[in-house]
Design a protein around this ligand. Structure first.
Ligand SMILES: NC(=O)c1ccc[n+]([C@@H]2O[C@H](COP(=O)([O-])OP(=O)(O)OC[C@H]3O[C@@H](n4cnc5c(N)ncnc54)[C@H](O)[C@@H]3O)[C@@H](O)[C@H]2O)c1
Length: 302
């Protein structure tokens, strides 16, 4: 089956990026949000990102401006927006990127299962909810998988394709082809909490928080250490602010529950920052204060 029409459910940080790369890759893309207000916000985010990419193509890659504008208009033309789930019924692939809540995701999949044609493949962008458990509420567990993109989606090259216990090889094949079409490199992982990247990344981030808690080095020096010492583009505390302190906290709760290992136990400082609303860039303060976004200043977190 060729994937020609994609439905994206949820148009927040991740859904908007996923919709954007699908439209850019020439796929007819329909986006569903819960209200007109969220739909408008999502549409603005997508159009803003497409405009930024066009500007970059003209200024940095010296692309012909007329061509760049035409390509942007074509991408915008491939996108449509709705609050009605029924409008996704003839999609070949539905990618879900709603909030990280198992109950809400399962409710959504039950509705989609009743609406969509039998051949539609369902994918979740979940960070660590079991794909098998989500797929089990549908009658198409063989056509159900994880498609875990990274933030920001238009920039990050990786996608993790997650195989649930019943996901068929044909579905995996379709998703590898789709990943390539939208310009990503796919790696395949079994349905285990955190897949590949978060299993490795989360303990590293938590160790960096413990260095702050123990007063081993300053926030700035920890980040500088990993950037200059290991060649990482961002330090661990900058990365935590980028991903979101709240998101990381929720990921840690799920991972700790699954593995019962100290490696995934949220350091007390992470929990306190979450409770204090210091969620990183999205709230303007986390390990850094972003009052001047061009010049973030380390926070005093004692
Ligand atoms: N933020 C990240 O860095 C990141 C990275 C990888 C994966 N994820 C995963 O992607 C998913 C989305 O995360 P996000 O950061 O984009 O969240 P977000 O809060 O920015 O966006 C979620 C959107 O889903 C919408 N929504 C909720 N219920 C809906 C429904 N039934 N139908 C349609 N829309 C609905 C909300 O209105 C909201 O706009 C989560 O499962 C998260 O774990 C996030």
């Amino acid at each position: 089956m060729a994937i020609a029409k994609v439905g994206v459910v949820g148009c927040g940080l991740m859904g908007s990026g996923i919709a954007e790369i699908c439209a850019k890759a020439g796929l007819s893309t329909i986006v569903r949000e819960v209200s007109d207000e969220f739909l408008k916000k999502g549409q603005e985010r997508i159009n803003g990102s497409l405009a930024k990419a066009m500007k970059r193509a003209i200024e940095k890659e010296k692309k012909d401006p007329t061509m760049a504008q035409m390509e942007m208009a074509q991408s915008i033309g491939r996108l449509s927006y709705t609050t009605r789930l029924e409008d996704l019924k003839d999609c070949d692939l539905v990618v879900e990127a709603i909030i990280e809540d198992k109950g809400q995701k399962q409710d959504l999949y039950k509705q989609l299962d009743a609406l969509c044609k039998p051949s539609t493949i369902f994918c979740s962008n979940t960070s660590n909810i079991s794909i098998t458990e989500l797929g089990a509420v549908t009658r198409r567990a063989d056509k159900f998988a994880g498609l875990h993109f990274f933030n920001p989606v238009p920039v990050m090259k990786l996608v993790e394709v997650i195989k649930g216990v019943l996901t068929s090889d044909a579905t995996l094949g379709e998703l590898k082809g789709f990943s390539e079409k939208v310009g990503k490199t796919a790696i395949v992982a079994k349905d285990t909490c955190g897949f590949v990247v978060n299993v490795l990344l989360v303990p590293y981030l938590f160790d960096a928080i413990r260095l702050v808690e123990n007063g081993v080095a300053s926030i700035r020096d920890i980040d500088t250490g990993m950037k200059l010492g290991c060649g990482y583009p961002m330090g661990p505390l900058e990365l935590l602010d980028f991903v979101g302190i709240d998101t990381t906290y929720h990921i840690s709760v799920n991972m700790f529950e699954e593995f019962k290992s100290d490696r995934y136990a949220a350091p007390p400082l992470l929990k306190k920052m979450h409770l204090a609303g210091l969620h990183g860039r999205k709230t303007g303060k986390g390990f850094y204060d972003y009052t001047d976004p061009a010049n973030p200043v380390p926070m005093k977190l004692a």
